[in-house]
Design a protein around this ligand. Structure first.
Ligand code: NAD
Length: 558
């Protein structure tokens, strides 16, 4: 590299503050967000370029990581960088309002869209698994999912227990990058949490980040602590270290195991490199994944089968039990658990009404690295939405309980109309200097109009269009046309190869007039896709918004 190129190491925090090492804020934002995805505080295994979700990566290989950062430093304000599954393949002249980066990760033609074919390509160095926000550089640590998990648990407690959480607990497994949000999300609802995690290091990471309260190596001490918290009406989160296939059958035999909600967030979507089979120590599983990946996969599938049978047993005992988006039911069905889909998915059960209103996981990140900027943004957004009880509730809880990982960031579920208001406000705050540096605005691919995933976001659609992926493509095309700063299209996120197609978008609020125009287009179009998608599928609440609110705003604009 020329001596002017700054070289980074995966794990190293992203640069902060006002001075740029690139030729513009959009390139700078992409560079900082790629580095932030792999910051030691944020990523699960930065040394392997793994961000979260099994083997969800931010760049294909170490040379690719360096080449992307070099390309971003050289990229002009009227150029676009193309990333193919984590590798920079071209820089091309476009124009100022085009995205600075376009990313396509893990996409395979339907007939070849399975892990076996993907693994062959990955071995040859031709592909990378991008998960959702890992390969599209907008991961913000466990916080990214904590509000979605909170909204899910909150709604489940409303539906099943009239909102009473005191003296109740959520039971789940897997405290990884996303699953690690579960203990805190449960506690934020006022409930306790009992979880199982096989990898002690992962649980310790949650303890350190304040997402988890206690770790226990034995079941008795965990259950005693849980009992005390429940009887005192405290909201506490507790993890037991062990494999779910060993621990859950013991819990099922005990007469003091009565969770109120049950789910799971192991990486069951990836039986070879995500789920840990029964009988394997962590050292063994890491070694065997390299030496005998097929054997690991077969053993993991058998363990997943057992795991789902135990979940069905809990469901049969009358406890609300739901799939939390890791494809565990489809995996279990493959190994003979024919009734795995008796367990319902979290989207049709709890989240779809939000998607119908264009509501989803809006998020923003402070490129200054200054937590004071985040505080100012939180307060300004509280003031902007004084009558939204859900926003008031969330913004009064989140800043107190969520510790900063990497660049200061906030997740805030917002609907159609409100995302635009929030984006413009943040841009104004950058313009006036109230916020000291540009703000990155993005979202998860798990959103209202950006994903086709029949066992997750589009499960059980009213018109049976669960597997129709045209909407996800239209979402990407529209965000590109509207001038998002980077746009991505991925396959297999959340649920694994063959099960999903989805788009991501990020837009930078740098305080300029051009950014304001781009924000107007992108933050209108992107959530509007959720309304179009659900209106077309026959959901009345979306049709109403499409008919009233959207027509009105078009008239007002014209
Ligand atoms: P991760 O790979 O970072 O974490 C998975 C965790 O499960 C790890 O800590 C692992 O040690 C643990 N685990 C694996 N097998 C186990 C076993 N047999 N017993 C006990 N613990 C075990 O993944 P993540 O980012 O936390 O995501 C988890 C799953 O949730 C993935 O399938 C992901 O695609 C899905 N996901 C769902 C949502 C959602 O909104 N519902 C969002 C993101 C990801």
């Amino acid at each position: 590299f020329p001596s002017s190129t700054k070289i980074f190491t995966p794990g190293q925090p992203a640069p902060r503050g006002k001075s740029l090492i690139t030729k513009g804020w959009l390139q700078e934002a992409a560079l900082r967000m790629l580095l932030n995805n792999l910051d030691f505080e944020v990523a699960e295994k930065p040394e392997d370029l793994v961000v979260y979700g099994g083997r969800g990566k931010a760049a294909r290989s170490l040379p690719d990581f360096h080449n992307i950062l070099k390309a971003l430093q050289e990229l002009e304000n009227e150029e676009t960088l193309l990333i193919q599954s984590g590798s920079p393949v071209a820089r091309i002249k476009t124009w100022q309002n085009a995205p600075r980066v376009l990313l396509a990760n893990s996409n395979l033609v339907g007939n070849w869209a399975n892990w076996n074919h993907f693994d062959e390509l990955e071995k040859k160095g031709l592909m990378m698994y991008g998960q959702m926000t890992a390969g599209s550089w907008i991961y913000i640590g466990s916080q990214g999912i904590v509000q979605g998990t909170y909204e899910t648990f909150y709604e489940a407690f409303q539906q099943h227990y009239k909102g009473v959480t005191k003296g109740r607990y959520v039971f789940s497994t897997g405290l990884g990058g996303m699953g690690g949000a579960q203990p805190l999300a449960a506690v934020l609802t006022g409930a306790c949490f009992l979880g199982i995690e096989v990898d002690k290091k992962r649980a310790e990471m949650r303890l350190k980040s304040g997402y988890l309260d206690e770790i226990h190596n034995d079941i008795d001490s965990a259950m005693n602590s849980l009992k005390n918290s429940l009887s005192e009406g405290l909201a506490k989160s507790i993890a037991i270290i062990g494999n779910v296939a060993d621990i859950l059958p013991i819990l099922l035999e005990r007469n003091d195991f009565h969770p109120s909600l049950v789910t799971d967030q192991t990486s069951a979507h990836d039986p070879t490199y995500g789920y840990v089979p029964q009988g394997y120590s962590m050292e063994q599983v890491f070694q065997e994944r390299k030496l005998n990946p097929k054997k690991v996969e077969q053993d993991a599938m058998q363990s997943i089968g057992k795991h789902v049978r135990y979940l069905l047993e809990l469901k049969n005992r009358g406890i609300p039990t739901f799939d939390y988006g890791n494809n565990i039911r489809a995996m279990a069905k493959k190994v003979g658990v024919d009734n795995a889909f008796d367990i319902k998915g979290f989207v049709p059960e709890y989240i779809r009404p939000l998607f119908c209103k264009g509501k989803g996981p809006f998020r923003f990140v402070m490129l200054s690295g200054d937590s004071e900027d985040l505080k100012k943004a939180d307060q300004a957004l509280m003031n902007l939405f004084p009558h939204h009880n859900d926003i008031q509730r969330w913004l009064s809880l989140a800043p107190k309980r969520i510790s900063i990982q990497g660049l200061p960031a906030r997740i805030l579920w917002l609907g159609y109309g409100d995302r635009l208001k929030a984006g413009l406000l943040l841009n104004e705050m950058v313009k006036s200097g109230e916020i000291s540096c540009p703000v990155v605005i993005g979202r998860d691919h798990l959103d209202c109009g950006s994903v086709a995933s029949p066992y997750r976001e589009t499960e059980d659609m009213k018109d049976g269009s669960d597997a129709v992926a045209d909407w996800a493509l239209l979402n990407a095309f529209g965000n590109i046309s509207s001038g998002a700063s980077w746009v991505s299209f991925h396959h297999g996120g959340g649920v694994g190869m063959g099960y999903s197609l989805h788009a991501g978008m990020v837009i930078v609020a740098d305080g300029s007039q051009e950014a304001s125009e781009r924000l107007k287009r992108v933050l209108t179009f992107d959530p509007a896709m959720g309304i179009f998608r659900h209106a077309d599928a026959g959901y009345e609440s979306s049709r109403k918004i499409a008919g009233e609110q959207m027509n009105r705003s078009v008239e007002a604009d014209s």
